[in-house]
Design a protein around this ligand. Structure first.
Ligand code: NAI
Ligand code: MG
Length: 489
């Protein structure tokens, strides 16, 4: 068995150079499908390291801001090609460090990251302002200017894709970036950072590894960081917003969700069942902020829909993330595994709860070799239960039967979250009316798949603020508008 001493130390990226932590600390990166057996170690960045990285980004900003947007776009397109060429290698890294299965999740994530660079590279020339018609004697125009050094903090659940978004949006818009990877999933992000660094001037992108309370918190309060962009838990999101408030810097937050899935009585068929499985992100073990984790199933189709759902879920192969046949890998770490188990225990212990599939993880057999939880469905749930209100971030689908449309839309909106939502209904008029009444930043109608670059994505309520994934998101969240007024008289 490998010990931490024998594994490779993968450096950070600061000022264009491979860099270790000044104090010499390291963090072990483990494979959760092997109960966190060490696979590598990364530097444990502290405040001192954050300062150096921010300074490098600040220096690089002075010239990067003057590079023509289309030239910045061309660099993004070259990065996209290089990311595509390295996609398989990155996919294996992601699968190994996160436990996300290669075929359904890690490989599409690596390819999706290349696609993100390609999208933003393509729209770079659209970073334009407008003129304002205030009469013949005045020339008034707006410029979209970069903000400065961006502090980006990302989680482990989709690390390379979320990192690619922060990099592509900030850097294309002319900002420079200090990106802190999640301690559980830094390897794919570091690999991506090195690819970007082959094309970007030194210091435009800096990638740090370290703990949230140390490196993340130091980045959030750094006086030279002029914009904060965070993806992760609502709890940490609040602390980021506090840090931003102290210095009056803009902040984008992409936080959690407890997204409702409303299935109408006309939608009791295999396509919808497949869509609900996809929407719940079972092939990411439910570790997705957009997971459709509250299933509102019409009473009249409850039994027959669940029967089909169970047979689809039973067919999912849970196991080794690197095996091409695997549909579902492992939970990210022991802490999240314990959390998910506590929710399952709590949910099935409620009076009236019916466990339809899954439950507590197996106590013996191959699935005890990693943090595996099998697909779990609990029905006859009450929308007030903890399992129906809190983000579980595991493969646990909670089903609430309904019979009255007003009541189901009220329940769908009865949540402090408002990230995603799913409406399954053949009657398009009814479906769109429901979509418009649901308080979520993103509603999908008769579709359960993920985001596509080009549509703005972000939350209502405590799911966050700011938009990502689109040109408008980049303009709104990563540039600042300057108005110039010229007297022509
Ligand atoms: P987290 O919010 O603690 O971690 C996300 C990132 O924030 C990591 O890079 C971490 O190092 C950093 N961070 C942590 N504390 C920080 C601090 N005080 N200052 C600055 N940065 C800090 O999420 P965690 O603990 O990994 O997961 C807990 C729960 O959060 C999950 O069960 C899930 O409900 C939610 N979550 C939501 C995500 C989403 O995509 N919306 C992603 C990850 C977690
Ligand atoms: Mg945490």
């Amino acid at each position: 068995m490998t010990t931490q001493e024998e594994v490779q130390l993968v450096p950070m990226l600061v000022g264009g150079e491979p860099t270790l932590a000044k104090a010499g600390g390291t963090i072990s990166v483990g494979n959760p499908a092997r109960l966190n057996r060490p696979i590598a170690k990364v530097p444990r960045a502290l405040e001192d390291d954050v300062n150096t990285a921010v300074q490098a980004a600040y220096t690089a900003f002075q010239s990067w801001r003057r590079v023509q947007p289309r030239e910045r776009g061309r660099i993004m397109l070259r990065i996209a090609d290089a990311m595509e060429a390295a996609a398989e290698e990155i996919a294996v890294l992601i699968a190994t460090e996160t436990g996300n299965a290669l075929a359904p999740q890690s490989r599409p994530e690596a390819k999706g990251a290349a696609d993100v660079f390609r999208y933003f590279g393509g729209v770079a020339g659209e970073l334009k302002g407008e003129t304002v018609p205030l009469g013949e004697d005045l020339l008034v125009y707006n410029r979209r200017e970069p903000i400065g050094v961006v502090g980006g903090i990302i989680p482990w659940n989709s690390p390379v894709l979320l990192g690619a978004l922060k990099i592509a949006m900030s850097v294309t818009a002319g900002n420079t970036l200090v990106l802190k990877a999640a301690e559980d999933a830094p390897l794919g992000v570091l690999r991506m950072g090195n690819i970007c660094n082959d094309f970007l001037p030194p210091g435009v992108l800096n990638v740090l590894t370290g703990y949230g309370e140390e490196a993340g918190a130091a980045l959030a309060v750094h006086p030279l960081v002029r914009k904060l962009s965070f993806t992760g838990s609502t709890e940490v999101g609040k602390s980021i917003m506090h840090a931003a408030a102290d210095r009056i810097v803009p902040v984008s937050l992409e936080l959690g969700g407890k997204s409702p899935v409303v299935v109408y009585p006309d939608s009791d068929n295999d396509t919808v069942v497949q869509g609900v499985v996809a929407g719940m992100r079972f092939t990411r073990q439910g570790q997705s902020c957009t997971a459709g984790s509250r299933l509102f199933l019409h009473e009249s189709i409850h039994d027959s829909f669940l029967e089909k759902l169970v047979s689809k879920l039973q067919a999912l192969k849970v196991g080794d993330p690197l095996d091409e046949a695997t549909d579902m890998g492992s939970i990210i770490n022991q802490k999240q595994f314990d959390r998910v188990c506590q929710y399952i225990e709590d949910g099935i212990g409620q009076s009236g709860a019916e466990l339809v599939l899954g439950g507590m993880p197996p106590q013996n057999g191959p699935l005890t070799e990693g943090y595996y939880v099998t697909p779990t469905v609990i029905t006859r749930a009450n929308n007030d239960w903890r399992v129906a209100r809190e983000e579980i971030f595991g493969p646990v689908l909670v089903v609430v039967p309904w019979s009255d449309e007003e009541e189901v839309l009220r329940m769908a909106n009865d949540s402090h979250y408002g990230l995603a939502a799913y409406v399954w209904c053949q009657n398009i008029k009814q479906a769109l009316n429901a979509a418009h009444r649901i308080d979520s930043g993103w509603v999908q109608v008769n579709r359960g798949l993920g985001q596509i670059p080009g549509h703005s994505y972000g939350g209502f309520k405590m799911s966050g603020m700011g938009r990502e994934f689109s040109l408008e998101g980049m303009l709104d969240s990563f540039t600042q508008r300057k108005s110039v007024t010229v007297n022509l008289a």
